[in-house]
Design a protein around this ligand. Structure first.
Ligand code: BGC
Length: 377
């Protein structure tokens, strides 16, 4: 049942993106229909200069934000004729608010935010709304917020992919002892990843197939804190662990450092298919990662932004045909929710083929020969 729903959702997203492509073409001088205002015509005709502000949350929690999101957002916005200012708040809530204030004062036509936490995102969205600027929540949904649209992945599915791969890796180890190192409790995504993991793991804990030692959220997705916390839990458990659910590649890397220090090698999950994560997978230090096609996420955000910059909510609605539930605000937010994919040693090549990571950055030092064995060049 679940997989059927997800498949339909994926098809829906595909149709929405195809529709939005038509919408983008019609941004050129109005082809009749009468709904286009003079203002939007001149903005579209100029083919640029329509300012969109984008604020990303952090650099240290994951290599994705600067490595994938930023360049892909810049490209996608440009392709839509938008002039995007993409900034990163470096995990500093004050800086995030300041960047938002600056963009609102400059008069951006649309604001795209991946907030550090929901309250911050909520405040920024309210300020922007006061100034008549539409806001798109990017990747992270701000609970209790007012953003009209949300672009992300099926984040529960991300967790399910982690849980499933992890369960597969430990299936012959009855009663394997598991430590879970989770994302920031203030990031709704971390909750969704956790929920997805538990959909798979809870029955296994209940049956005794796996044994949960401890599950610990990590404030701010702080990788170092993740490593330290893992080390403490490991020590408290007498140095015994058979597998670690780590919510992303950054946390996985910190966990692997501690495992190595203790002479241990066990299945560890991850997410984001970062170069470091993929190297760890090729080395056999990390069992899996989750590849999220961020290019599609950036493109969906850009298409939505292009429509909203023209005040064209009909096109925006035809793009954001899915819904994400906000349990705090008790509303369903029109969304684009893309499909994540499991990466193990068997398909690391896929991420290189899709040009997220180059063979040159991946296949260095000891990883060179591993790349060769994996057919990556
Ligand atoms: C993103 C993940 C990322 C994490 C830490 C989450 O909101 O969805 O891709 O690893 O934040 O930056």
């Amino acid at each position: 049942m679940r997989s059927k729903t997800l498949t339909l959702a994926a098809v829906g997203a595909g149709v929405a993106l195809a529709l939005s492509a038509c919408g983008a073409n019609s941004a050129a001088p109005p082809a009749g229909g009468g709904g286009t205002s003079a203002g939007s015509t001149s903005a579209a005709a100029s083919g640029g200069g329509v300012k969109v502000g984008v604020i990303l949350p952090e650099t240290a929690t994951s290599a994705r934000w600067e490595g994938f999101d930023k360049p892909m957002l810049l490209d996608a916005m440009k392709a839509q004729g938008l002039d995007a200012d993409v900034q990163n708040a470096q995990g500093d809530t004050g800086k995030f608010a300041q960047l938002a204030d600056g963009m609102i004062t400059q008069g951006v036509k649309v604001l795209v935010i991946a907030s550090i936490n929901s309250d911050l995102g909520k405040t920024v969205a309210a300020k922007a709304a006061n100034a008549g600027i539409p806001v798109i929540d990017y990747d992270r949904l701000n609970l209790g917020g007012t953003s009209k649209y949300y672009v992300s992945f099926n984040n529960t599915k991300v967790g399910e992919l982690q849980g499933q791969a992890f369960a597969d890796a430990l299936k012959s180890k009855q009663g394997a002892q598991v430590i879970e190192i989770e994302g920031a409790p203030t990031d709704n995504n971390a909750t969704l990843f956790y929920n997805g993991q538990q959909n798979i793991l809870k029955p296994l804990y209940a049956s005794g197939a796996l044994k949960l030692v401890k599950s610990q959220p990590i404030d701010g997705w702080d990788n170092q804190k993740g490593g330290n916390t893992f080390e403490q839990i490991l020590t408290q458990n007498g140095g015994k662990v058979d597998g670690v659910v780590a919510a992303n590649d950054g946390l996985a890397g910190a966990v692997i450092t501690i495992l190595k220090k203790n002479g241990l090698k066990v299945p560890v999950t991850g997410q984001d298919a970062t170069a470091a994560g993929l190297q760890a997978i090729l080395r056999g230090d990390q069992y899996m990662s989750v590849f999220k096609p961020i290019k599609q996420e950036a493109e969906a955000a850009a298409k939505l932004a292009a429509a909203l910059a023209k005040g064209d909510t009909a096109t925006a609605d035809s793009i954001a045909t899915q819904k994400e539930h906000d349990p705090t605000g008790n509303r369903d937010v029109p969304s684009v929710l893309l499909e994540p994919q499991t990466i193990t040693k068997a398909n690391v090549k896929l991420v290189v083929d899709q040009k997220y990571v180059t063979a040159a950055e991946l296949c260095v030092g000891d990883v060179q020969s591993l790349c060769q064995a994996a057919g990556i060049s």
